[in-house]
Design a protein around this ligand. Structure first.
Ligand code: GLV
Ligand code: MN
Ligand code: MN
Length: 419
C-alpha cells in the first residue's frame, strides 16, 4: 500500500463522476450510442483530451481519431507504459465498456501526479475509438494503428450509409495519410495495461471484485451476402421462389447449431439487412454478419469450414447465390505473464483480500492489437449479472475504485522493477 494514493472509495466516486461527464455524448438521445468517427465520438474525444490535461498529461487527438495523453519520464521522449481502452460504443451500449478503462487511466495519472510519485518511464493514456467495429468492417483499427499493423484497405470500407471510412475520418478531423506515422517503434512501449468491465458473469458468481485476464479468445467475422430473386409477395407461387431471407434465416440457424456443437465456441448473426425490405415483396437479397469465437484457433478454423460448407449447401438447395467475405481473423492472444503478475502484486497491495482470479476473455479488446507491439495485460471488473453491450450493463462504484487502486499499485510495481 502506498499511503498517499487515494483510497478505492475516493477513486470509485471520481470514476463514476467522470463517466457521467463522458457519457453525455451520444449519437442517439436517451441511449448511449457512440460510433467511431461520429459527432458524439468527436465530442467525447474533446472531453477526454480536456480530462487528460487536467490530470497533467499533454494530450492530442491523433490522425486515426484516438486521444493520446502523455507525461514524460526522466528521459524526454523515452519509453512509456500505456494505460488504454476505448470510447466508442455499440448501439445502445453500456456506460462502462471501454469508457471505464479510459477514465481509470486518466484518474491513475492524476493520482500519481498528486501523490508526487515520479515514475522511471513515461506514462501515457490512450482512448481508442474503434474497438467495437460496428460502423465499418475493421478490426480494432485504432489500436492496430499504434501497434503498426493498420490495414490500409480499411480506409475503403463503407458503413451502412455507404460512407467511406477515409471520408468519415477527414470529416471527423483526422488524417488518413497520417495513420502510418502513428505506429510506435518496437521497444518504445514497455507495457500496455487495460482495465475493462468483465462483460460476463464469472467474477460475480465467484464473489470477486476484479480478475486478471489470461488470454483473449480467437475471433473471426464475416459479411455474408445472399442473393435470390425479388418478386411480388402475392403472385409468385411458393415452389418458384428464391427467397433470400428464408435462405439466410436457415443459415443463421445452421450457424447456431454448428457453434453449439463445439465446447466454449460461440457464433452470432448480429445484423440482418433485407433488400428491398417491403411487406409485399419477396426478399431479393440479404446481407448479414457472422461473428464466431473460441479459445482455440483450431476450433475456430473448423467452425469456419463448417459454416462455408453448410451455407453453401443451403444456398444450392434454395437456388440463391452466396458470397462470404471474412474480414477479421484474429488469433487467440495470451496476455503477458510478467504483467499478469504485476497486476496480482497490485491486487495484493491494494488490500481487501482480493483473490486476483485469472480468467480468459470471450470479448475482443484493444489489448489484442497492442499485444503484438508490447507486453500487454488486462484487469477485469465485476459486472452485475454479466450483462454487457446493453444499457443494463452495471458495476458498483466500490468495484470500479478497487480496480483503479489495483492499477495504480501495478504501475508502481512496474516502476519498482526498474530499480
Ligand atoms: C467487442 O466488444 C467485441 O468483443 O466484439
Ligand atoms: Mn470494450
Ligand atoms: Mn464492447
Amino acid at each position: 500500500m502506498i499511503p498517499n494514493l487515494p483510497s478505492a472509495a475516493v477513486l470509485g466516486a471520481r470514476a463514476f463522476a467522470a463517466l457521467q461527464g463522458l457519457n453525455r455524448f451520444t449519437d442517439e438521445p436517451g441511449k448511449l450510442t457512440r460510433l467511431y468517427l461520429s459527432p458524439a465520438h468527436r465530442q467525447a474525444a474533446e472531453w477526454t483530451k480536456g480530462a487528460m490535461e487536467v490530470a497533467g498529461l499533454s494530450a492530442f487527438i491523433d490522425a486515426a481519431g484516438s486521444v493520446q495523453g502523455r507525461r514524460d519520464g526522466p528521459v524526454p521522449g523515452g519509453p512509456c507504459v500505456i494505460i488504454g481502452s476505448h470510447i466508442d460504443t455499440v448501439k445502445d451500449g453500456g456506460r462502462f465498456d471501454g469508457n471505464l478503462g479510459v477514465v481509470a487511466g486518466i484518474l491513475a495519472a492524476q493520482a500519481l501526479r498528486d501523490a508526487g510519485i515520479v515514475l522511471p518511464f513515461a506514462l501515457e493514456v490512450v482512448a481508442f475509438g474503434d474497438e467495437e467495429n460496428v460502423r465499418f468492417p475493421t478490426h480494432l483499427s485504432t489500436s492496430a494503428a499504434l501497434a503498426g499493423h493498420y490495414d490500409p484497405d480499411w480506409l475503403d470500407g463503407r458503413d451502412a450509409e455507404g460512407t467511406r471510412l477515409a471520408d468519415a475520418l477527414v470529416a471527423f478531423g483526422g488524417d488518413p495519410s497520417g495513420i502510418a506515422a502513428l505506429a510506435r517503434k518496437p521497444g518504445s512501449v514497455k507495457a500496455y495495461l487495460e482495465v475493462h468491465i468483465e462483460q460476463g458473469p464469472v467474477l460475480e458468481v465467484e464473489g470477486e471484485a476484479v480478475g486478471i485476464v489470461t488470454a483473449i479468445n480467437a475471433q473471426r467475422r464475416a459479411r455474408v451476402r445472399v442473393t435470390g430473386e425479388a418478386g411480388h409477395a402475392g403472385t409468385v407461387p411458393m415452389p418458384l421462389r428464391k427467397d433470400a431471407l428464408t435462405a439466410s434465416a436457415e443459415m443463421a440457424l445452421a450457424l447456431e447449431s454448428i457453434a453449439a456443437g463445439h465446447e466454449q465456441a460461440v457464433g452470432t448473426v448480429g445484423t440482418f439487412r433485407v433488400d428491398p425490405g417491403a411487406a409485399n415483396v419477396v426478399p431479393g437479397a440479404v446481407e448479414f454478419t457472422v461473428d464466431i469465437r473460441s479459445p482455440s484457433n483450431e476450433t475456430l478454423a473448423s467452425l469456419d469450414l463448417a459454416i462455408r460448407s453448410r451455407f453453401g449447401e443451403i444456398a444450392a438447395r434454395r437456388g440463391v447465390s452466396l458470397d462470404i467475405a471474412f474480414y477479421t481473423n484474429a488469433l487467440a492472444v495470451p496476455m503477458d505473464p510478467g504483467l499478469q503478475e504485476a497486476l496480482a502484486v497490485g491486487a495484493a497491495r491494494a488490500g481487501g483480500n482480493l483473490a486476483a482470479r485469472r480468467l480468459p476473455s470471450g470479448a475482443a479488446h484493444d489489448a489484442m492489437a497492442m499485444a503484438s507491439l508490447c507486453p500487454s495485460a488486462m484487469l477485469f471488473v465485476r459486472n452485475e449479472k454479466g450483462v454487457s453491450h446493453s444499457p443494463l450493463e452495471n458495476m458498483t462504484e466500490a468495484d470500479a475504485g478497487t480496480a483503479i487502486r489495483v492499477l495504480l499499485e501495478a504501475i508502481v510495481e512496474l516502476a519498482r522493477r526498474e530499480d
